[in-house]
Write a protein that binds this ligand. Structure first.
Ligand SMILES: [Ca+2]
Length: 307
């Protein structure tokens, strides 16, 4: 064997040996010994089920703390489905057949300043603001409404597939939940679905996403019948943070622990205040939540090239 060939073979063997050592140490370091050693051989991580992925690769949601800045009265007959803040007041939608409405409320008193009822065949769901109009979803009718912001006059209605749950907006799109773990991005002008985002919590689908709020470049979501709100990265769909709000209105105080659940997130960007309430809750809470984050520079990039 020529010297050159010998060196090639020898260096090749050395490289393979080092690569094997490196793979073994990576596997043991990331896995904390949970996976059998043989399973670490040439297993591409992209093909791994999320549940088997090394723990260090799965970003764990951060448990975020909060302070209650204030509490205010909230109409205990309001089955809150949507909530957003605009110019010092809250806009709220309520649900249930025959009780659905769109309303504008004074924060400090909970007083209803303006209200329009929704026809009783519709079960009201999420709302959001787009320019001078309020987009209003309904649950199972496959029909949304567009109201004028100032006078709540009905301007138009539009169809959509599946169910309507929560709704929010960033600077370019409406973002809708439908009860699943998939969020829809809608063109605000045509209301067509132009993109979707799978939401995952610790690698698993997070379903029953309900009321939504776009806060500083992140999507925040209620999960139906949960006392948690979740911070979702719109670029990846991963839940990066969670807030446990069970102490705000304890389940023991609710006439129906399964029905009278946390639902409603609104944000005042000027003061960094998050408002939350629930279905038939007697109080609205103003919160300072840790980790609201900073605005993303260009979220539309995510929409141009979905993950
Ligand atoms: Ca909201």
């Amino acid at each position: 064997m020529k010297l050159e060939s010998f060196l090639t073979v020898w260096l090749g063997a050395l490289y393979l040996g080092l690569a094997a050592c490196s793979a073994a140490s990576d596997a043991s370091g990331l896995d904390e010994g949970a996976r059998p050693a043989l399973a670490s051989k040439a297993e591409p991580s992209s093909n791994m089920p999320a549940s088997a992925a090394p723990k260090a690769i799965q970003a764990q949601p951060v448990a975020l703390t909060y302070d209650i800045l204030d509490t205010y009265p909230h109409d205990p007959s309001a089955f809150t489905q949507g909530l957003f803040f605009h110019q010092g007041v809250l806009y709220e939608s309520t649900g249930r057949y025959g009780q659905s409405s769109l309303r504008k409320t004074e924060i400090n008193t909970g007083r209803v300043l303006q209200k329009t009822d929704i026809p009783e065949q519709y079960f009201g769901e999420g709302i959001t603001l787009w320019n001078d109009q309020i987009i209003y979803l309904t649950w199972r009718a496959g029909r949304g409404f567009i109201f004028g912001l100032e006078n709540f006059e009905l301007r138009a209605s539009f169809p959509y597939p599946g169910q309507g749950w929560g709704l929010t907006a960033n600077t370019t799109h409406l973002i809708q939940s439908d009860g699943s773990h998939i969020l829809r991005f809608l063109d605000p002008e045509t209301l067509a679905i132009v993109d979707t985002l799978e939401v995952r919590y610790k690698g698993r689908p997070l379903s029953k996403l309900n009321e939504l709020e776009w806060i500083e470049g992140m999507i925040w979501a209620n999960v139906w019948q949960s006392d948690m709100i979740f911070r979702i990265d719109p670029r990846t769909g991963k839940v990066t943070g969670e807030v446990d709000l069970a102490a705000l209105h304890p389940a023991a105080l609710r006439a129906s622990p399964t029905d009278h659940v946390l639902n409603g997130i609104a944000y005042d960007p000027a003061q960094g205040i998050v408002y939350v309430t629930g279905k038939y809750w007697p109080r609205l809470f103003a919160l300072n939540i840790e980790g609201l984050g900073t605005p993303l520079q260009d979220v539309s990039k995510k929409l141009a090239t979905p993950p």
